[in-house]
Design a protein around this ligand. Sequence first.
Ligand SMILES: C[S@@+](CC[C@H](N)C(=O)[O-])C[C@H]1O[C@@H](n2cnc3c(N)ncnc32)[C@H](O)[C@@H]1O
Length: 265
Amino acid sequence: MSNDPFAQLKAMQREGWSLFAPLEAVTTATAAELVKHARIRAGQSVLDVGCGTGVVALTAARAGAKVHALDLSPVLIEHGRQHAALAEVEIDFREGDVEALPFESATFDVVVSQFGHMFAPRPDVAMAEMLRVLKPGGTIAFSTWPPEHYVGQMFALVGKFVPPPAGVAPPPQWGDPQVVRQRLGDAVTDIVFDRAVMLFPALSPQHYRKGIEETLGPVVKLVAALKDEPAQLAAFRAELDGFVARYFEHNVVRQHYLMTRATKT
Ligand SMILES: C[S@@+](CC[C@H](N)C(=O)[O-])C[C@H]1O[C@@H](n2cnc3c(N)ncnc32)[C@H](O)[C@@H]1O
């Protein structure tokens, strides 16, 4: 394996995220919100990065856009290809890394990411790549989980038990409008933020936890890392259940998120 800590992290992420497919049931509705927020129209060329099983890509393609979609996980991409075949839409799915996009500069009218690019370890590299492949006047739009709400807190908890390699930016920083403004810098104009809530069905906080232990990459990896440390794993589970209980009501976990849209100068 490579000695590069970022390459090692991505190899782990590629494997961890491969179990994400069942969670598309939750990200399908938010995909429609992002496509609306990005104002995607028929005929536009669109890139979806960190596409997972292609929920945003499919939604954009069904709206008539010409869509390319990219993800670290070949397993998720295969799901996306099957979804596209079923819906009878054409999407160019590729395995790849948002920090090194395999596209020419100024290719796309719109670049989107739903809870995807936020997991790249180097935000400046990911942002530069997403903006590079966007045409001048094109739209960049993404959904991200803020640090102060449930998902951000959950990722902070994961980081407390299994710290990431040095130099990796915490993903929920992407949910802070101040940080987003600074990262977009003067490469864009007309930044627009919106907030929404993703509803995650569950029968109890523990039922929710069991589900994400089997499907959500960073939590899957944490459980594997602590398999020989039962006390630590029990402490993580107890703390997580406590967090979840605060956001769990009427059989859903309420997960607030931020949507950003901007125009490339
Ligand atoms: C929370 S999932 C979201 C998937 C999908 N966009 C959705 O909304 O259902 C995060 C996705 O980002 C992908 N991802 C993480 N780091 C990536 C990177 N450096 N380059 C490309 N994709 C990445 C993962 O493989 C995973 O599919």
